[in-house]
Design a binder for this molecule. Structure first.
Ligand SMILES: CC(C)(COP(=O)([O-])OP(=O)([O-])OC[C@H]1O[C@@H](n2cnc3c(N)ncnc32)[C@H](O)[C@@H]1OP(=O)([O-])[O-])[C@@H](O)C(=O)NCCC(=O)NCCSC(=O)C[C@@](C)(O)CC(=O)[O-]
Length: 441
């Protein structure tokens, strides 16, 4: 049995109560209108929720949200038990007091004045009362979803996909990558894609940048947010970006420094956060090390990527808890790629994982429309959890995403039709067979 196959029971996990100094992270990029927009001092004022499945929250009721460059911990006095516990442990408590733009709400445990329309009251049950009331979805379809496609997708199709995803209510849509076209030919049109979408309102459109060259090209093309992607496995780092983990961190420090100069927020990925196709199981301490480095260099949010889809609730929680134990404050987990396509078992496991994250209060989820995806440099990375499936699950729990499932499904159908294959979303397939209004199921 390989190290990846060894079962890890919950008994082996450290209990939350034994973890000292948990600081609930507040990784969002809320900036104030009219204030200094330099890194570290700015907040964004919000807008009211206006998507078609809009809720009636009064955004003025949201409690604080930290800006990446100033690690304030929001005042969570109105939050659930987890928040209260975290709040008592946190060092830099500060009330935000600003109205936050929902596009910048990554991990929001907020006091909502939802009228409960469409919410089944499920989250009031004792077991579930601490799960977030709102989850920020990070859509990676146009980038991660398409990067592995062999046939070049026309720029106009990519742009239309992004437009449809944004109009479904998704407020963070990873648009493309400014990487070497020799390494990822599918995204060689990054500049053209960005030029077409960079002024799209209502959404943040981050792009991947592996080095300063990519960062400069991204900014020149109009990108307002970027992401750097390190790995917890040296082998994967070498095959993906042709350098060791340490070398990649040097590059990313340079990217973060340049981004700071221009007030461009940087998101950080940790690939192989559970396992690597070459190295097998990755020690959680290594994941925490890389995450902390990314956080310390200025990444406002850390996404733990289970690149090849070997996460179980046990090993994934162990990695996550290791971050908390190591006081990595920015943590946005929950990306789960499936190892072997779309089998029901894998789908179920992905949901269990997401559910565990929710229970920990983690409320940013990466996913890919129609389940598109795969990394050209990770053998076995054969797809992502479909955004439609995650939204459907969250709807069922009464957790808001502000995403219109029907419009999202149409976006998934659009790209699946173009690629000439069935959607990888079980929900989309099932909803395609019912005649009822999908958003009301
Ligand atoms: C990092 C490099 C560039 C190093 O690639 P390299 O070959 O080591 O780079 P180099 O510095 O030796 O330069 C070689 C050539 O690339 C050019 N170059 C150098 N940088 C750039 C750039 N930014 N944009 C465009 N061109 C670039 C550079 O100018 C030069 O051009 P030449 O002189 O030969 O004509 C390469 O390995 C690369 O592009 N890798 C990207 C691989 C990739 O995109 N993988 C998929 C995304 S990661 C992922 O999916 C995982 C994630 C994020 O989803 C999380 C998860 O699920 O795990």
């Amino acid at each position: 049995m390989s190290s990846l196959e060894e079962p890890l029971g919950f008994d082996k996990l450290p209990s939350m109560s034994t973890i000292d100094g948990i600081q609930r992270f507040s990784a969002g990029a809320c900036r104030p209108r009219g204030e200094d927009m330099g890194m570290g001092t700015c907040w964004i004022e919000g807008r009211s929720c206006s998507t078609s499945n809009s809720c009636d929250e009064d955004y003025e009721e949201y409690t604080g949200e930290a800006f990446p460059w100033r690690r304030h911990v929001r005042d969570v006095s109105e939050g659930g038990a987890f928040n209260r516990r975290a709040s008592s442990l946190s060092k830099n408590r500060m009330k935000c007091g600003h109205v936050c733009d929902s596009r910048y709400l990554p991990d929001l445990q907020y006091r909502s004045k939802c009228n409960g329309r469409g919410v089944r009251g499920i989250t009031n049950k004792p077991f579930l009362k601490d799960i977030p009331k709102f989850v920020k979805m990070v859509e990676v379809g146009p980038r991660d979803g398409l990067q592995n496609e062999k046939n070049i997708v026309p720029t106009s199709v990519k742009v239309e996909l992004i437009r449809r995803l944004v109009s479904s209510g998704l407020t963070v849509v990873e648009a493309t990558s400014f990487v070497s076209p020799k390494w990822v030919p599918q995204l060689a049109d990054a500049k053209d894609v960005m030029k077409a979408v960079h002024n799209m309102e209502d959404a943040r459109l981050p792009v991947l940048t592996p080095n300063l060259k990519g960062f400069e090209a991204a900014v020149a093309a109009g990108a307002k947010e970027v992401a750097v992607f390190a790995s917890a496995s040296d082998s994967f780092s070498k095959s993906n970006i042709n350098c060791s983990i340490e070398e990649s961190l040097v590059r990313y420090r340079a990217v973060c420094a340049a981004a700071k100069e221009l007030s461009v927020p940087v998101r950080g990925y940790v690939s192989c956060a559970v396992g690597c196709p070459v190295e097998g199981a990755i020690p959680p301490s290594k994941v925490a090390y890389v995450a902390k480095e990314l956080y310390n260099m200025g990444c406002f949010e850390i996404s733990l990527a289970d690149t090849i889809g070997v996460g179980t609730p046990g090993n994934t929680l162990q990695s996550t808890l290791s971050l908390l134990r190591n006081k990595v404050c920015g943590l946005s987990g929950a990306k789960k790629k499936k190892v072997c396509g779309l089998s029901r078992k894998q789908s179920l496991l992905a949901f269990v994982l997401r559910f565990c994250f929710l229970l920990m209060g983690i409320s940013t989820v990466d996913s890919s429309v129609a389940g598109l995806g795969g990394c050209p440099y990770a053998k076995g990375a054969s797809g992502n959890v479909a955004t439609e499936d995650v939204v459907y699950m969250l709807n069922g729990l009464g957790v808001k995403t502000n995403v219109d499932l029907a419009k999202l499904k149409l976006a998934g159908d659009f790209i699946s039709d173009h690629l000439g294959r069935q959607s990888g979303s079980k929900t989309a397939i099932a909803l395609g067979r019912v005649t009822a209004d999908a958003s009301k199921i």
